[in-house]
Design a protein around this ligand. Structure first.
Ligand code: 13P
Length: 252
C-alpha cells in the first residue's frame, strides 16, 4: 500500500529563528493532533535543515531540502551537495520544482545529475512535474508531463524508481489561489500512474505515492485527497501556517 503524504515546501520564506518556531509549532500539532497514518515532510531552506531536524519529532516528521547540487563536492561556490543535506539528518530532497526549472534554468540534464546524487546518498527524491497555463489551454498537458518524466525519472532503474515520491504541480495553480479541480488533478495523476505501470509494471505503479501541489489549502484538501490516485499534497503557502497545515494533514 502506498503512503499518504503531506509535505510542506517553505520555499524562500522564514528566517532561521522563524523557521525554528514554525517547525516547533508544526511538530507539536502533528504529535498531538495529526492523523497517524499520514507521513509528514517539512522542506525548509537549506540553512534551517539541522535546526529543523533537532526541533521536530522525527518519529512523525521527515525533513527535506528543496534542492541540491549536481556534484558530490568541490569548487562549486554556493552549492549544497546531497551528501551535505544528508549530514543534517534530512532524508528527502525536492527536485524539479517548476520554480527551479523556470527561474534557474534546471533542465532534464541537470535534474538527472541531481537525481543521481540524491539516490547515491540514500535520500528520497520528491520529483516535481507540471505544465504551464498555455500548455493546459492547448490541451497538451499529458504529452508535456510524459516528456518531463521520460527525460528524467523514467531513465532510472526499477529499483531506483521505486524509491521516488512524485508530485504533479501545474504551474498555473502554484501560488495563484487557482487550484486544479479535483477532476483535473485526479485525471493527471491517474495518467501518470498508467505511465508508471507501462514502464515499470503495475506493482510499482500501485506503490508510488503521487502528490498534488498548487494552491492546496485547508478548505480544498479534503475534496482533492478523496480521489483514488491523489496520495497527498505538496503544500506551499498553507505550510507556513501551522493550523492550516494540520488541517490539510487531517483532511484524509
Ligand atoms: P502553493 O501551495 O503556495 O500554491 O505552492 C505549491 C508549491 O509550489 C509547493 O511546492
Amino acid at each position: 500500500m502506498r503512503k499518504k503524504i503531506v509535505a510542506g515546501n517553505w520555499k524562500c520564506n522564514t528566517t532561521l529563528q522563524e523557521g525554528i518556531e514554525l517547525a516547533k509549532a508544526v511538530s507539536k500539532n502533528v504529535t498531538e493532533k495529526g492523523a497517524k497514518d499520514v507521513k509528514v515532510i517539512l522542506a525548509p531552506p537549506f540553512i534551517h535543515l539541522t535546526k529543523v531536524v533537532e526541533n521536530v519529532n522525527t518519529d512523525r516528521i521527515s525533513v527535506s531540502s528543496q534542492n541540491c547540487g549536481t556534484e558530490p563536492k568541490g569548487a562549486y561556490t554556493g552549492e549544497v551537495s546531497a551528501a551535505m543535506v544528508k549530514s543534517t539528518g534530512a532524508t528527502c530532497v525536492i527536485l524539479g520544482h517548476s520554480e527551479r526549472r523556470g527561474y534557474y534554468g534546471e533542465n532534464s540534464e541537470i535534474l538527472n545529475k541531481k537525481l543521481a546524487q540524491v539516490l547515491e546518498n540514500g535520500l528520497t527524491p520528491i520529483f516535481c512535474c507540471g505544465e504551464t497555463l498555455d500548455i493546459r489551454e492547448s490541451g497538451k498537458q499529458n504529452d508535456f508531463v510524459k516528456k518531463q518524466l521520460d527525460e528524467t525519472v523514467f531513465q532510472l532503474s526499477k529499483e531506483d524508481f521505486s524509491k521516488l515520491i512524485l508530485a504533479y504541480e501545474p504551474i498555473w495553480a502554484i501560488g495563484t489561489g487557482k487550484t486544479a479541480s479535483p477532476a483535473q488533478a485526479e485525471d493527471m495523476l491517474s495518467f501518470m500512474r498508467s505511465l508508471i505501470a507501462e514502464k515499470y509494471g503495475k506493482e510499482i505503479a500501485e506503490n508510488t505515492s503521487i502528490l498534488y501541489g498548487g494552491s492546496c489549502n485547508a478548505k480544498n484538501a479534503k475534496e482533492l485527497f478523496s480521489n483514488p490516485n491523489i496520495d497527498g499534497g505538496l503544500i506551499g503557502g498553507a505550510a507556513l501556517k501551522p493550523d492550516d497545515f494540520l488541517a490539510i494533514i487531517n483532511a484524509y
